[in-house]
Design a protein around this ligand. Sequence first.
Ligand SMILES: O=C(O)c1cc(=O)[nH]c(=O)n1[C@@H]1O[C@H](COP(=O)(O)O)[C@@H](O)[C@H]1O
Length: 252
Amino acid sequence: MATPVFVAVDTPDLEAATSMVGSLQMPGLGVKLGLEFFCAHGAAGVRSVVEAAGSAPLFLDLKFHDIPNTVAGAVRATVGLGAALLNVHAGGGPDMMRAAAAAAAEEAERLGVPRPAMLAVTVLTSLDDADLVAVGQAPPVREQVVRLAKLAKECGMDGVVCSAAEISAIREASACGPTFQLVVPGIRPAGAAVGDQKRALAPAGARVMTPAQAMAAGATSLVVGRPITRADEPRVAAEAVVAEARGAAPPA
Ligand SMILES: O=C(O)c1cc(=O)[nH]c(=O)n1[C@@H]1O[C@H](COP(=O)(O)O)[C@@H](O)[C@H]1O
């Protein structure tokens, strides 16, 4: 069964990261490490967090985006870190995604470890229609996300990272299928600060939603950072998010 919530541990502080994940061990909660942590502590830091996290699954969010050969090499170099999920940018194109998927499968087999699920980041949740136009892409965000999700599926990706606003459109696109993983950041429990996620503004609806709304729409897993890590009591906040996500998940 998929992990319903990944807590985004975005910090350059190794001690803070290991102590946070150590104190947040609970069923239903995985750990996400991203660029801020990885640039500060690299593979050794990831191993320390994995050890502190006990049996919690790891989403290693390094969002690779480069030529196919380089991304394949980066994927091969990370498979041994034991992440359950790895991601690349869908915008890197079909050959890049195919190379990433092949590299993950080959390296996992070579090492005799489980293959990480490969995700493609579609349109970052910090962007809206006006931002797409600014970088020369056609709005609306929703159509661009569905286009990239279909492409990711064709290229052997196991799922995508998207905002809650696009979940139903991807689920309705039969090309992706019901088991295609939709991993959804931009999640805010009712009343939490939105920060740099786009509350947005696309006519189709907000790119920020609550855990219950996103799971009810058909998310596989949620990514939640600051509403947990910056809460007065992170464990209490995490328990509430996991309970809300589990309570709202549509029947499997
Ligand atoms: O790939 C991601 O995890 C990601 C993709 C995206 O489009 N938007 C997004 O916010 N994220 C990550 O999800 C986390 C969200 O953190 P909070 O905004 O603090 O909940 C951060 O670690 C982001 O790097």
